[in-house]
Design a protein around this ligand. Structure first.
Ligand SMILES: Cc1cc2nc3c(=O)[nH]c(=O)nc-3n(C[C@H](O)[C@H](O)[C@H](O)COP(=O)(O)OP(=O)(O)OC[C@H]3O[C@@H](n4cnc5c(N)ncnc54)[C@H](O)[C@@H]3O)c2cc1C
Length: 465
């Protein structure tokens, strides 16, 4: 067998999984990471460690259950070939990951058991806490394992260009150096932190979105792939949450608490005091809808005291009391009229919006509202009990769901629908797994792990054949 050389671009979970697996399978591998610190930042390090599929499903549940979950979460949007790979490979990939001395534990969210969380999970506190937590530990263990298996992790190496010869990808340029390779794997984590790309695909005003991420996914993989003629998929959707608008300038308010529970149990209105989104489709969908508005900086979540003292206290790191405790604006008033005045919303319009909404909820007719409110997944609660609550909110972008199109072997697909020779991609820089009509989420870490690991398996099969 010829020892083929693989270059992997970006050392998050996707890149470290790909590189480790390549080294294990006898390939020479160089992993290039732009961050220069030993604990360089990336989304994988910031993650809470839920290794699941569509929130509820432990990725060890088995092929049929996972396949069904992807279908349900994305309402059939996910590319069937990629959904099949994920469903059939995720279990083996996670067993492989755990073989590096990691442990999964069970946590409780809103009273529900969530299995499959990397240990130790982050504390139940507002703000960002990753030092020594499960995902930090995972990246450090994988980096050490790579060195032990003979692979190279070079930090401070920002890849800027792909090298092509006779239509085949032959390596990359980074920091003035050329790295030759038989295969290149793009795992740079998406384009959420690049304002120009976010403006092109997601929101007319990226400056109004909260960067709920490590700031490292700046779309370099996407740009390089596009320059090579790659196809892209599902570009307008992102995974994210709803936040207090104050989180834009107060770091204590992100990545938690999120305001999803308030918004999905109550209502979300615009500057005219009108509903404009189906709150029943969840926080990720609402965040996507707000981001796409001409002005994403005007949305306000409204609920009553029953929701505020009930569901708003139940989520992990909940908005009540987290928001007030950390300085977020939460308007509270004895009447809706007063609330409108505090939140600078037109009084008559807000009263009318709440009246129509309450009537529809009481009559079980929320689906017939002008802006339909589905009730299957998340039940709407009436807004009737004082004090009433209003929270100015914004959309927080965690990672982009759309990206470079790949086939079932993680090969980057050209506009002509043929794979680009020698070029692979995995993790958050790829598209076609998630998103679609309801911005369906299947799992960021599990996608990175499964496809990074799978890309290496596929490269190794070509190398030995
Ligand atoms: C606060 C937060 C909480 C989350 N919680 C969860 C969770 O509990 N469960 C879950 O499933 N998902 C979660 N996610 C999402 C998850 O973290 C990501 O989907 C996943 O980690 C993506 O992995 P990746 O390897 O594709 O990208 P990343 O982890 O972002 O890694 C990409 C790497 O590429 C590097 N890079 C970028 N450009 C270049 C370049 N040009 N040259 C060299 N290197 C480059 C970056 O520096 C980075 O290190 C969370 C994310 C955040 C921000």
């Amino acid at each position: 067998m010829i020892r083929r050389h693989v270059v992997v671009v970006g050392a998050g979970l996707a890149g470290l999984s790909a590189a480790n697996r390549c080294a294990e399978l006898g390939l020479e591998v160089t992993l290039l990471e732009q961050g220069s610190d030993e604990r360089y930042l990336c989304n994988s390090r910031f993650a809470a460690g839920f290794l699941n599929c569509g929130y509820r499903h432990d990725i060890r549940e088995g092929t049929a259950a996972l396949r069904q979950a992807i279908e349900a979460q994305t309402r059939g949007f996910a590319d069937p070939a990629l959904a099949d790979v994920f469903a059939s490979q995720a279990g083996e990939a996670v067993r492989w990951l755990l073989g590096h001395g990691l442990r999964l534990v069970t946590v409780y969210v809103e009273g529900n058991k969530r299995r499959g969380v990397l240990s130790p999970p982050p504390p139940n506190k507002a703000g960002l806490h990753w030092h020594g937590r499960g995902t930090d530990l995972m990246l450090r263990k994988l980096a050490a394992a790579l060195e032990a298996k003979g692979g190279r992790l070079l930090r401070g190496m920002r890849v800027t260009e792909l090298i092509f010869e006779d239509g085949r990808c032959r390596g990359v340029h980074a920091e003035g150096r050329a790295f030759e390779a038989d295969a290149v794997v793009l795992t740079d984590g998406g384009f959420q932190a690049d304002a120009e790309l976010v403006r092109r695909y997601i929101s007319p005003k990226p400056e109004c979105l909260l960067q709920r991420n490590a700031g490292t996914g700046r779309g370099s993989g996407l740009r390089m792939a596009l320059a090579a003629g790659a196809k892209v998929k599902g570009m307008n959707r992102f995974y994210g949450h709803l936040h207090s608008r104050d989180a834009l300038c107060n770091p204590a308010l992100w990545p938690n608490p999120v305001v999803d529970n308030v918004a999905t149990t109550g209502i979300v209105v615009n500057a005219q005091g009108e509903r404009f989104v189906d709150e029943g489709l969840g926080g990720v969908f609402i965040a996507n809808t707000i981001a796409a508005l001409d002005d994403p900086s005007q949305a306000v979540a409204i609920c009553d005291n029953t929701t505020w003292e009930g569901r708003a206290r139940q989520f992990a790191r909940p908005p009540n009391p987290g928001l007030v405790r950390h300085g977020a604006t939460v308007y509270r008033a004895g009447t809706l009229k007063e609330l409108a005045s505090l939140a600078n919303l037109p009084e008559a319009a807000l009263l009318e919006t709440v009246r129509i909404y309450n009537e529809a909820v009481a009559g079980g007719q929320s689906a017939a509202l002008v802006s339909a409110r589905s009730a299957q997944a998340i039940k709407p609660a009436p807004i009737v009990t004082a004090p009433f609550i209003a929270i100015p909110i914004c959309a927080g972008i965690t990672y982009t769901m759309g990206g470079i199109a790949i086939d079932e072997r993680c090969r980057v697909i050209h506009e002509s629908d043929r794979p680009i020779e020698g070029l692979y991609a995995a993790g958050s820089c790829t598209g076609g797994h998630e998103g679609g009509p309801v911005a369906g989420y299947t799992g960021g870490l599990s996608k990175a792990l499964t496809f990074g690991w799978h890309a290496a398996n596929c490269i190794s099969e070509v190398a030995v054949s």
